[in-house]
Design a protein around this ligand. Structure first.
Ligand SMILES: [Zn+2]
Length: 83
């Protein structure tokens, strides 16, 4: 654990420590350590994605279902989650 030069998944040596993926199995190297920084980052992402996707869709669905459906059918889907 903690050795960035060896793939944790398959054990293959990763020549370049800056390399982001194992050349053999494709696992990201080094694997993210699950620390507070990582959790905060993930949380931030999920909140942002919720804002842009699910919460927006839910809000629109509650307040203006017709509007949302029309927008969706007309192809304005960038802000919405896939159904
Ligand atoms: Zn590997």
């Amino acid at each position: 654990m903690g050795d960035a030069s060896i793939c944790i998944n398959c054990g293959r040596a990763v020549a370049d420590p800056q390399q982001k993926f194992c050349p053999a199995c494709g696992q990201p190297t080094p694997v993210h350590r699950i620390d507070w920084h990582f959790l905060g980052h993930e949380l931030e992402h999920s909140v942002l994605h919720m804002d842009r996707g699910m919460l927006y869709s839910l809000k629109e669905l509650m307040l203006r279902p017709g509007h949302l459906m029309r927008a969706y059918l007309e192809g304005r889907r960038a802000k919405q989650m896939k159904p």
